[in-house]
Design a protein around this ligand. Structure first.
Ligand code: C5P
Ligand code: MG
Length: 155
């Protein structure tokens, strides 16, 4: 049986902060995320996509932003907890399709590194992790967003 999941996330950006996407710090970014955790929109949208496939709520249900224990939390810990919640051992990811919307910097040169890190966190092949990048055409330069679809197979 197949299951489809979909998730989105978005964070405001500010000068002098760190930008993390797909568990990688983006070195040359003019701005970074204002967030309770590390503000990794890609891992947050992916985590929500996985939960949504099982109608299991969203990451805020398990990691409430009001809980100070989760301040500056590395989002791969959120993803790992989600994998546990959905019984990941009994699943196969067919593929992931992700979009990251960010004006600056351009991320094309980092695509493979981000794909590789996400693939590593999920223990799947890199060619199952599709990532496309878009700008907002300059309309939202203080904003980063991600949208993720995932197709899962129960095994
Ligand atoms: O948003 P727009 O269509 O102008 O983006 C053009 C191309 O720029 C995208 O298809 C993508 O290859 C690249 N891009 C990127 N990093 C971003 C935004 C866009 O590499 N942060
Ligand atoms: Mg365009």
């Amino acid at each position: 049986m197949f299951k489809i999941g979909y998730g989105e996330d978005s964070h405001a950006l500010e000068k002098g902060k760190i930008l993390t996407i797909g568990n990688l710090q983006i070195k040359n970014s003019p701005r970074g995320t204002i967030a309770h955790s590390d503000g990794d929109v890609l891992l947050h949208a992916l985590s929500d996509a996985l939960l949504s496939a099982f109608a299991a709520g969203d990451i805020g249900k398990y990691f409430p932003p009001s809980n100070m224990d989760y301040k500056d939390l590395d989002s791969n810990i959120i993803l790992a907890k989600v994998l546990e919640l959905i019984n990941y051992d009994n699943l196969k990811i067919n593929n992931i399709a992700a979009v990251v919307i960010l004006d600056k910097p351009k991320l094309g040169d980092l695509r493979e590194a981000i794909q590789a890190r996400v693939a590593e966190l999920l223990a799947i092949e890199i060619n199952k992790v599709g990532i496309t990048f878009k700008t907002s055409e300059g309309l939202a330069e203080r904003h980063v967003q991600a949208r993720v679809t995932v197709l899962l197979e129960l095994i």
